[in-house]
Each structure stands twice: as C-alpha cells, then as structure tokens.
Design a protein around this ligand. Structure first.
Ligand SMILES: *[C@@H]1O[C@H](CO)[C@@H](O)[C@H](O)[C@H]1NC(C)=O
Ligand SMILES: *[C@@H]1O[C@H](CO)[C@@H](O)[C@H](O)[C@H]1NC(C)=O
Ligand SMILES: *[C@@H]1O[C@H](CO)[C@@H](O)[C@H](O)[C@H]1NC(C)=O
Length: 480
C-alpha cells in the first residue's frame, strides 16, 4: 500500500513536471533550445528569429496625434529633479516649444475652424492660475525690460476668432502647467531660486512671435508667481535655430536641402497619400497641387486637437481616413529622417551655436562667474527637433505642443565638487540616450552624465562627422 501510493505520487509529480516544462516552453518562459553562451551564436539566432514581443508595434496615427495635441487634462509624470541627496542643483536650462496654436495655413475654400482665442478661466481647459495670469499680464509692466520687437506685443491671446498662428487658451494652460510643475520641483523642492531673486538670476530669450513670447510668460508666471516686472528681461532672438551672431554656415543649408529631397521622394512614392490628396482636392474643388501647398495637416490637426469636425463642402467632407493617411505619412517621414544622415548633419551645424551658448553658461556658473540659475528659451518645433537629433536622442518623438527639453546642472557635494548634467524631454530622463553619455552610462551605470562629456561633445566631437574639429571649419568644408 505504502509503495503503491508512493509510485502514484511520483507518477503524478512526473506528469506535473512534464506539463510545467511544456507550458513554460509554450509561453517562451524558458528557451526551447538553449544555445551556448558564445555571443556570436546568440546574435545570429536573434537575427533569424525576430522576437514577437520586441517587434515594433505598428504606427497608430490617432494615438500619436493625441500625444501631439498634449491635451492639458491628463496628469503628467515627470522625472525632473531626481538626484542622490548629496547632489546640489546648480542651474536649470529649459527649451520649450510654444503651446497649442491656431493653424499657420488655411485650407483654401473651406471654413476656418471656429476657435476662440480669448482667455476665459471658466472655459475648459483651464488652470487655477489662469485668472491671476491674465491680471498680471494686464498690469502695465512698463518696467519690464524687453527688446523693442517684443515690448509692443500682446502678452496674452485675445481674439474672438483666433488669428493665424495665435496661441490658444489650451496653449496658455499647457505652459502654466509646465511652469507649475517646474516650480514644484525646482523651487519648492530644490530651492533653486533665492527668495530675493533678481534679474541677474534669469536669462530669458524668445523668438519674435506672439505665441512664443506668450508661452514663455505663461511658464514663467507659474514658475515665479506674481513676479516683479522689473526683474524680467526678455531678449528677442530673430533666428528660429537661435544661432544669434553665428548664423553664417553655408554647408548647413546644403544638408537641409538634401533632407528635403529625401522627403520629396518619400512623398511621391506613397501612392495612398497621393490618392488621399487627390480625393480631398476633389471634395474642396481645387487642384491637388494647391491643396498640398496649403499644408492641410496643420489645419486638420487643429480640428483634431480641438474636437471640431473636419470641413465639408457640397461635394462631401474631409474625414478621419484622410487624416490618418496623412498623419501616418508624417510619422513615417520622421522615422526615415532619423535613419538617414542628412538631417542629423544639418542638426549638428544648426544647433551648435545654441548648445555652445548653453555650455558656456554652465561653465560660467561652475566657475562662479555668473549667477544665471534659470534659463528659458521659448521656441518652435524647428528649434527643438534639430537639438534632439544633434544630441543623438533618436527615439524622441517630434516636439508636441508645449514640449519641454530641460538641462539640469548638478554639483556632487561629496566627490571633488564635480559637475554633472541631466537631460529630460517632456519629463523623461533621456541623458543616457545622448551620443556623448550613452557609453559612459552603460559602463559606469551612473545616475548622471559628467558636464565634461557634454562640453567635449559641443566644443569638439560634434564636428567629427564633418572630419573637422570646429564650427567654422565644418561650415565651410568643401563637399566631397
Ligand atoms: C467631441 O465632439 C463630439 C460631438 O461634436 C462629442 O460627442 C464628444 O464627446 C466630444 N469629445 C470630447 C473629448 O470632447
Ligand atoms: C562658442 O563659444 C565660445 C566661447 O567659449 C565663443 O568664443 C565662440 O564664438 C562660440 N562659437 C559659436 C559658433 O557659437
Ligand atoms: C570624412 O572622411 C571620411 C574618410 O575620409 C569620408 O568617408 C567622409 O565622407 C568624410 N565626411 C565628410 C562629411 O566629408
């Protein structure tokens, strides 16, 4: 009896083990065919058998469009200000894209989307500080030192029917939220600004568009509530790539041109896209060429982000299918752009002056020669996009409305007072994705990137793809 029971027990156990082993194999929890741990073999195997779990998911144009809209109701997680306790925050440099705006182009012969650009605290989306913001912006503020181009500009949007390119209430709220988030982290948690901060602690720069100035003011207002206008000195940057006095770089535009050529050939080989444009042109009653030239996706994104139905004519309506096809193409274009090198080479040359300026600022602070604690550049997608590319953050999405790229400068109070940086894009720590810190991070598994790495990249390594060691040379080198 005893033996028989034991036999049955062992039988049952064996069956259970067999079952477990099978199911584990089925679920890919253990390898079916363990290969020897020689790197070569496992590499080959990877290439032959793509893992269904790591295969990139297909592009979802609706999800991506929603992300781009950046509807300010979804709570946001952010990794800004995370550091070991013995690190001290020294300064913060923020590069933003303006918030949600009215389209820059109209689709010919259709009704413009009816969007109200006045600010109304009781209309959604809103923000607890919106009313106080309007009040503060309406104060004379003649003490503010602003470059002449900026001083005559409205400080907040105010048209019943938005003007082309005007910041909307959504755009203002997005940047109030950005400012509040940065205040919570940098001011309340890390005491970045002294209570009696003054003009010398800030460096503010914006392009000459009302939407960038207003976005910058909204962020600043929530970051430093009820700031004293006398301490505010917004500088005007005429160049969208912030190249200031170093814009002469003949080769830069050659690379941009090459990327545009790439973009053109991708477009004309996309039959589905061409059909969509033709279909839309027929609905509207204009030549396809004219429709394409009006850059309809810009306007359609406005309809989409504001939940306003697409325009109709007597011949029919522009619809979600049209939108999906064009948006998908846009995403494919960005993906290809990151894979080909022309845009990258353009980006290195385009962003050197701005990165150089940032590095210089950081170095001056570490040497105690300056007290700029908070730096804000209020800019455009065409500013952020090349910066991301130049830094090597190829995974990054195209800059959405109110996107923010943050450079944090930290001092290690324990070890030799060394300086480190962190780079965050929309709250995500992307430091270890940058070309200059990727290997360092992998090797040392450090929470931060040494400032020296960044300095070396900007002063020298970013020119190595041009077989040069400096900006002047790289910009003038003869091609091939
Ligand atoms: C969008 O508009 C439609 C009708 O115009 C409405 O039913 C829907 O709830 C709206 N969606 C959002 C997210 O506001
Ligand atoms: C970079 O910064 C240095 C100061 O360290 C300056 O002399 C130089 O003109 C800058 N170059 C460019 C191209 O911005
Ligand atoms: C740099 O030099 C290499 C090798 O000589 C060459 O293949 C490459 O095209 C050069 N790059 C540029 C941008 O001229």
């Amino acid at each position: 009896m005893f033996f028989r029971n034991r036999f049955l027990f062992l039988l049952a156990l064996a069956a259970l083990l067999a079952f477990l082993s099978l199911s584990l194999q089925f679920l890919h929890l253990i390898p079916v065919n363990p290969v020897k741990e020689d790197g070569l073999n496992s590499k080959n195997r990877k290439r032959i058998m793509p893992d269904p779990l790591t295969e990139p998911p297909p592009i979802d144009p609706i999800y991506e469009a929603q992300f781009y809209c950046n509807n300010p109701t979804v709570p946001e997680r952010s990794m800004e200000g995370h550091a070991p306790h013995y690190f001290k925050l020294v300064s913060v440099h923020v590069l933003i894209r303006h918030g949600d705006r009215y389209p820059l182009y109209a689709i010919p012969k259709t009704k413009r989307p009816n969007i109200d650009c006045t600010l109304m605290p009781n209309r959604k989306p809103s923000h607890p500080q919106l009313e106080a913001f309007i009040g503060h912006m309406s104060k004379l503020g003649s003490e503010a030192k602003m470059d002449s181009t900026l001083s005559g500009m409205p400080r907040y949007p105010s048209h019943l029917l938005c003007e082309m390119g005007e910041l909307t209430q959504t755009g203002v709220v997005q940047h109030l939220r950005n400012g509040q988030l940065l205040q919570d982290i940098y001011i309340k948690k890390h005491n970045l600004m002294p209570n009696d901060w003054s003009a010398k602690h800030l460096y503010l720069e914006t392009t000459g568009k009302s939407r960038t100035l207003q976005s910058g003011l909204a962020l600043l207002y929530a970051f430093l509530p009820d700031f004293d206008w006398k301490k505010i000195n917004f500088r005007h940057q005429w160049s969208t790539i912030f190249c200031s006095g170093n814009c002469v770089c003949p080769i830069r535009n050659y690379y941009l041109g090459e990327d545009q050529r790439r973009q053109y050939s991708l477009r004309v080989t996309n039959i589905r896209l061409e059909k969509t444009y033709a279909d839309m042109a027929k609905i509207i009653g204009i030549p396809t060429k004219q429709l394409r030239a009006s850059n309809p996706i810009d306007s359609m994104l406005c309809h989409f982000c504001h939940n306003v139905s697409f325009p109709c004519t007597m011949n029919g309506c522009i619809n979600m299918e049209h939108f999906k096809v064009i948006k998908t193409h846009q995403l494919e274009d960005e993906k290809e752009r990151q894979e080909k090198k022309y845009y990258y080479l353009y980006a290195l040359l385009a962003t050197h002056p701005l990165l150089n300026q940032t590095v210089n600022r950081m170095q001056r602070i570490t040497e105690g020669k300056s007290e700029e604690l908070f730096v804000l550049y209020s800019a455009h997608d065409v500013t952020l996009s090349p910066v991301l590319s130049a830094l090597g953050i190829t995974e990054a999405r195209f800059p959405r409305f109110a996107a923010r790229l943050v450079f944090e400068l930290w001092k290690d109070e324990k070890k030799n007072k060394e300086h480190f940086i962190r780079i965050l894009y929309n709250g995500v720590d992307v430091s270890s994705q940058t070309s200059f810190c990727r290997d360092y991070n992998r090797r040392y598994n450090k929470p931060m990137c040494p400032l020296e790495k960044f300095v070396h990249f900007v002063k020298q390594d970013m020119f190595s793809p041009f077989n040069s060691t400096n900006y002047y040379d790289a910009c003038r080198r003869r091609l091939f």
